[in-house]
Design a protein around this ligand. Sequence first.
Ligand code: FAD
Ligand code: NAG
Ligand code: NAG
Ligand code: NAG
Ligand code: NAG
Length: 487
Amino acid sequence: MSLKSGLASFFLLQFESLSSSTSTATVARRCSFGHLRPVPPSKRAYTCAATPSPQSAEKSNGVLLVVVGGGAAGVYGAIRAKSLAPHLNVLVVEKGKLLSKVKISGGGRCNVTNGHCPDTKILAEHYPRGHRELRGSFFNTHGPGDTMSWFTDHGVALKIEEDGRVFPITNNSSSIVDCLLSEARERGVCLQTGKTVTSVSAGVQGKFILKVEKRSVEFLEYLEADYLLIASGGSRQGYELAVQLGHSIVDGVPSLFTFKIKDPLLSELSGVTFLKVEASLILESDKKNIPHLTQLGPMLVTHWGLSGPVILRLSAWGARDLFRAGYKALLMVDFVPDLHIEDMKSILSRQKQKFAKQKVLNSCPSEFGIVKRFWKYMLDREGLNCDTLWASVSNNSLNSVAYLLKHCAFEVVGKGQYKDEFVTAGGVPLSEISLKTMESKMRPNLFFAGEVLNVDGVTGGFNFQNAWSGGYIAGTTIGELAAKAVC
Ligand SMILES: Cc1cc2nc3c(=O)[nH]c(=O)nc-3n(C[C@H](O)[C@H](O)[C@H](O)COP(=O)(O)OP(=O)(O)OC[C@H]3O[C@@H](n4cnc5c(N)ncnc54)[C@H](O)[C@@H]3O)c2cc1C
Ligand SMILES: *[C@@H]1O[C@H](CO)[C@@H](O)[C@H](O)[C@H]1NC(C)=O
Ligand SMILES: *[C@@H]1O[C@H](CO)[C@@H](O)[C@H](O)[C@H]1NC(C)=O
Ligand SMILES: *[C@@H]1O[C@H](CO)[C@@H](O)[C@H](O)[C@H]1NC(C)=O
Ligand SMILES: CC(=O)N[C@H]1CO[C@H](CO)[C@@H](O)[C@@H]1O
């Protein structure tokens, strides 16, 4: 075979450049996928659950798809490709454990997707990076409903919670992991763990030559792939592979974090939650203090500052600007977004008349829907003694309290960690791939899916949905190409 000689010279080149520590590594073995020879049953069990029949192997000429990364996008994509082109050899190379993030997400329950967005245009609005591009065919081809059907059809019952998050009915992410892995194995997808794809280069006839290493032991092999799906998540190594194949990378910055707030009084409120606030972020670069970003929803006070959906969404939409600003900003919060300031003033006035002989602390107007601890905080910030009687509070002070409730400023001094979900903004720019196929515009037969792309969503299952949709579309394209090539 011609590729044999082609590879030989490639190996030579590679070995010459190897450092002494790796030069004793297992001499590069050709992946058995190059030629499909029947393997003894014992070995077969080790490498693959199912090996294609010699007949289909002949037909396929040993055509190989290598998937870099056994996360949500990689495994889902591998299954899809294999289901459309059963003769295609599909190998998933995973450096750690398969589907590890699926396993730990949602506190072990797995927030599979978000079930509250039947309209794909609205769905796309949950992606600070990607909202424009994902509006079209991407979610129409395979959206949350399709993902939910897929899992249901494969025996995993799901439920949608009130806020739209979707979980397996078992409350156990293992249901999702087991389903994907058994489906992959049954279809004959080969799953290899503990191996890292460390570099890639162009081979003959548009093929890809992948260098695969094990970290702990001395191990090195080269794979020659016809199709390559990079689904390496936010890993730096994955970005390097993309660069080696001619892609650019948008620098990664953290997304989905909490805000550290400079305010000693606030920590006393730790644990207080607000069902609905309107919060805006103002950065120093914003002209005339016009808010940069505004979000409406629940917020919660933590030991260090503020968290909750509103804050996480602001962190995601402001990820790049906040990074640039060194995580220094002003946060303006309206604690009673449903009431007009004039209405609040009259409510406070009435309160003053009604409770004239009572202490202000003991009778916060119920219309504001705030807890006593927070009311005290507001009075403190306004400089009102909590023991003051309503009767002796000046109209001015009342107006100021109303104003403060609607325009409460907090100084953001840093970013805190949100341990429930973690994503990076950045990756391969969407302009460099076709979202209809997930194929690279730089190089045919190269595909990307999941977090490796410059796409990230707000909290609540949207990041996984990007992985499912991208994996599915890439798998569909590869499967169809491979099936066509046989005919
Ligand atoms: C703690 C936590 C909780 C989360 N919770 C949620 C949630 O509730 N809802 C939600 O939508 N999102 C959640 N996310 C985000 C979500 O996990 C990711 O968006 C999603 O996993 C991305 O899928 P992926 O397949 O693109 O990448 P990953 O799941 O990151 O998979 C990529 C895989 O590639 C492997 N890999 C990378 N480089 C190489 C290489 N060179 N060779 C071999 N293997 C390689 C990695 O080891 C990894 O297993 C959470 C993330 C974390 C960390
Ligand atoms: C799953 O978890 C939710 C929320 O914690 C709970 O309300 C529900 O009862 C749990 N279901 C099962 C079957 O344990
Ligand atoms: C989830 O399921 C797995 C496998 O079925 C089981 O081992 C594990 O104990 C379960 N976890 C919980 C929290 O129930
Ligand atoms: C304060 O406001 C009340 C109600 O609006 C009004 O009746 C009263 O005259 C005001 N007091 C002063 C000192 O302005
Ligand atoms: C990102 C996200 O929505 N995470 C949530 C997943 O579900 C669990 C509940 O099981 C929440 O605690 C997480 O915040």
